[in-house]
Design a protein around this ligand. Structure first.
Ligand SMILES: Nc1ncnc2c1ncn2[C@@H]1O[C@H](COP(=O)(O)OP(=O)(O)OP(=O)(O)O)[C@@H](O)[C@H]1O
Length: 301
């Protein structure tokens, strides 16, 4: 195993009863794609900053290939690529100038840097824009140049925080494809709250809520865990508010003046409800929602 996280805890506010951003979290990470899913404030970015050795955790051990990186962060940094959530690009620089600049910071020798940069620009489909200033790049191109800088040192651990925010569906599909290609021989950890971004590509999904790891499994296993909790129920629109109050509503379709609802509930919610197949979104909502937040799960389509 490459990365072994043991009883990790982090508190930004050191006062005794302050909330933990990360609460006694243990996790082992193997090569492949691990997706961190969780609502706002779940602790995803905090965990990633700790793994990227930017934030020192309050407590816990993190071993990278058996070596303690909380005590000796330098051991991981040489093998780390990190793309933070807010990636401030250097707008006046061209793509190639930016990568040359970052390669310099990472200590790449210049002739080696040149071939690495050419290769990355090509791999990330940015060769055509290499000499354009970054300020003219689209959201997807900025994400790709961000990934390129994270890959300059051919990292064994690649950490990417919310990479698909602001991307259009084509860019998101391309991005998923890219992650799959990159995962062949390294650990990739990426965070998101967009369930469909992880469904097809993640080898493992970790669901966090309130700083706690609540599930760690494949998409199939997560779906199996809610297989007996997914129902369809057709109701009058006027009943929706009450149902939202009592159950998790994962989807809603308007049909001939009525609402066909996908519900997630431990028990059959109504004698007219029928069983349906579970989705990863159902599992995510089940494990992260309580009735008070189920309202936000509704989508009328
Ligand atoms: N620099 C900080 N100082 C104090 N509290 C912080 C800091 N960063 C995060 N927190 C708190 O830690 C908790 C976890 O936040 P974090 O940003 O890690 O969650 P997240 O899952 O990444 O959320 P989001 O999806 O909104 O980015 C939240 O309660 C947040 O307010």
């Amino acid at each position: 195993m490459l990365l072994d996280i043991q009883s990790l805890r982090h508190q930004y506010n050191k006062s005794k009863d302050a909330k933990c951003a990360i609460n006694t979290l243990s996790l082992q990470v193997e090569p492949g794609i691990l997706a961190l899913l969780g609502p706002n404030g779940a602790g995803k970015s905090s965990l990633m900053r700790i793994l990227a050795t930017i934030t020192k955790p309050t407590q816990g051990v993190i071993l990278w290939q058996g070596q303690d990186i909380v005590k000796s962060p330098q051991l991981l940094r040489k093998e780390l690529g990190y793309l933070p959530q807010y990636f401030g690009v250097y707008e006046q620089l061209s793509g190639i100038e930016f990568l040359q600049y970052m390669a310099g910071l990472k200590g790449l020798e210049s002739s080696h840097a040149k071939s690495v940069i050419d290769d990355l620009l090509n791999k990330l489909n940015l060769t055509h824009a290499a000499h354009q200033p970054l300020k003219g790049y689209s959201g997807g191109m900025k994400q790709r140049i961000g990934i390129a800088q994270a890959l300059l040192n051919d990292p064994k651990l690649l950490i990417i925080d919310e990479p698909t925010v602001g991307l259009d569906p084509h860019e998101r599909a391309n991005f998923r494809q890219l992650l799959t290609e990159l995962a062949a021989d390294r650990c990739i950890i990426f965070s998101t709250h967009i369930v469909s971004d992880v469904e097809s590509i993640a080898d493992r999904i970790v669901i966090m809520r309130g700083g706690t790891l609540i599930q760690s499994a494949t998409a199939d296993v997560l779906q199996q865990k809610v297989a007996d909790k997914c129902w369809t129920l057709t109701v009058e629109p006027s009943e929706l508010k009450q149902i939202q109050h009592e159950y998790i509503v994962s989807h809603s379709i308007r049909k001939e003046g009525k609402l066909e609802l996908n519900l997630v509930a431990d028990h059959c919610p109504d004698s007219k409800a029928t069983v349906r197949a579970a989705s990863l979104e159902d599992a995510y909502l089940y494990f992260t929602s309580d009735q008070s937040v189920s309202h936000s799960a509704v989508r009328i389509s």
